[in-house]
Write a protein that binds this ligand. Structure first.
Ligand code: UD1
Length: 363
């Protein structure tokens, strides 16, 4: 049985590492791993493969950056060739990036059933490229593997009951699996001479924040005025925008420590010990919850409302005052219901796929 997996961006390397392991433990499964090259810098791609022991991609497309249509279009045309030549029984895509959309579209047009891991998320904001990618991918997919009940409810409202499988969140599998490795192997706290639990970890990369100079400046000003030191691993997109808008002077490096994008273990180690995480990343909002660290989300809405409802996550948008006030009134909530499942999502996904492919009449 041949499974073609399509990945291309940082969070997909983490998710795929867990499912690849589960799939490849089945003797009859032959996985073909395709990397679109959406992320291509060493610290955005290669380090994840090495650290997570993800197998080398069988196919590397090297698409690189571009406008939304240009990047997705190039991927679509290259992925079609790969799918035609490898003739898989199914295609697996993850999350909501342009690699996800191109992969699901190429497969669906060639009548290859698609499995969408992390299905059903909605921000209800179509301005986000990720929201468009999610909606289209869900509607093209045969298996919709949902990380949470909220995700499943979203899909039911869109009439997709039949394909839903609630598995829990595959990123939770990864956190449980790698947390100890991160604690043992990461030296980031010592490298940055950080006092434990006396710093904030911040990340900014969403187009809505990086490409709007008003929002970006307001967030940077807020970070500058927080009363603890801020560690800011800088995504290449954000770095470029800070240079373009000449905001470098707004960053007092004695207070905001700007570092290169971090690998997974350093991110987990820093996140675990942070007193608050400030982020516009979906993944880090979830990891904050999983690690029981309060989170302030630098967006006006979130796909992960469960984390807000439990009190661990608060939406602050990009307003300077709002961000500062929200950080000040953070509290450690005591309730941590298992909203992301039991850490066995990858196993459940692999079992469903293998069982269905052994009974092709179900597809
Ligand atoms: C993408 C996803 C986003 C996901 C994020 C994870 C889409 C639409 N967005 O956003 O959902 O949360 O990945 O990180 O797919 N760049 C480099 N080197 C790299 C990669 C990117 O310099 O290795 C720079 C390029 O200037 C590029 C910009 O970052 O133009 C944006 O990269 P892109 O892959 O388009 O989107 P992300 O912002 O990373």
């Amino acid at each position: 049985m041949k499974v073609l997996t399509i990945i291309g961006a940082r969070p997909q390397f983490i998710k795929a590492c867990m499912l690849s392991k589960a799939l490849r433990s089945n003797a009859g499964v032959n996985e073909v791993l395709v990397h679109t090259g959406q992320h291509y810098d060493n610290n955005m791609s290669t380090v994840f493969f090495n650290q997570l022991k993800l197998p080398e991609p069988d196919v590397y497309l090297g698409i690189g950056s571009g406008t939304q249509g240009e990047q997705t279009g190039k991927m679509l045309s290259e992925l079609e060739k790969v799918i035609l030549s490898s003739n898989p029984d199914m295609v697996v895509v993850y999350g909501d990036t342009n690699s996800t959309l191109a992969g699901s579209l190429a497969a669906a047009k060639l009548h290859i059933p698609v499995a969408h891991v992390e299905a059903g998320l909605r921000s209800f904001n179509r301005q986000m490229p990720e929201e468009v990618n999610r909606v289209v991918t869900d509607h093209l997919s045969h298996w919709l593997f949902c990380p949470s009940q909220t995700a499943a409810e979203n899909l039911r409202r869109e009439g997709m009951e039949e394909q839903i499988v609630v598995t829990g969140d595959i990123m939770y599998d990864a956190v449980l699996h790698f947390k100890k490795h991160a604690e043992e192997q990461s030296t980031i706290l010592q490298d940055l001479s950080l006092p434990e639990s006396d710093y904030y970890l911040a990340t900014i990369h969403r187009a809505e924040n990086t490409d709007d100079p008003k929002r970006l400046k307001s967030i940077l000003d807020a970070l500058q005025q927080l009363h603890k030191k801020v560690i800011l691993p800088l995504h290449p997109r954000t770095k470029r925008k800070i240079d373009e808008f000449s905001f470098n002077d707004s960053i007092d490096t004695a207070h905001i420590e700007v570092v290169e994008p971090l690998d997974y273990f350093d991110t987990l180690a820093l996140a675990t010990r942070a007193s608050v995480i400030l982020t516009d990343s979906g993944g880090l909002q979830k990891e904050a919850y999983m690690l029981q660290v309060p989170c302030v989300t630098l967006r006006d809405e979130t796909e992960w409302m469960e984390t807000v409802k439990t009190g661990w996550n608060q939406l602050a948008g990009a307003d300077r005052e709002e961000i500062i006030n929200t950080v000040m009134k953070q509290r450690t909530s005591k309730e941590s219901p298992p909203i992301f499942g039991d850490g066995n999502a990858s196993q459940k996904i692999a079992e469903t796929l293998v069982s269905d492919l052994n009974h092709k009449e179900r597809i």
